[in-house]
Design a protein around this ligand. Sequence first.
Ligand SMILES: [Fe+2]
Ligand SMILES: [Fe+2]
Length: 194
Amino acid sequence: MSDSGKHDPALTVRRILKVNHAGEFGAIRIYGAQIWMARRLFPDIVPALHEMREDEIDHCRQFREAMPSRKARPCRVMAFWSLGGYLLGFLTALGGRNMVWICTEAVESTVHRHLEDQLAFLQTRDTELHQLIASIQEQELAHLREAEENQTTRGMGHRLLLPIIGFLTDLMIWLSTWGDSSWMRAEMERPKQV
Ligand SMILES: [Fe+2]
Ligand SMILES: [Fe+2]
């Protein structure tokens, strides 16, 4: 990717859509794997997970629908998001219900931070997409709150896993945006220059 291309707002908008769509797909897979495991190990949390998965399916569809008019295309490495999401969901569910909620907390809080950056970026550049992301962000925040409330303990597992899962989520986002997530953040710190 050339440097000049990197500072084209339309390209960044396309990357935002691409990574958000892929991320939602990854989230569907996380919840899917957790539901599969929870049905066998702790079925009481299946309805809550199922509801969140429905929201992610809806988000994924909305991002997909916002793509054509902005000439954006889905991520070429969806399989990577699919496998990453599935593994994360499966492994955390193996660790028990608390681990499931720690995973949700870590992923949703990382996503929330990225959405904040995107909202700041889009405010003057694409108000329609800004509105869509703001409404999705509200639901992601509800997922985060639910995950926080459902944790019975917050011991070592929480302290260790939260930063690790947060880092992995950040890494996936960074790789999928070719580092644009860092650029956007830096850009937000000096908004007047654009
Ligand atoms: Fe979502
Ligand atoms: Fe979510």
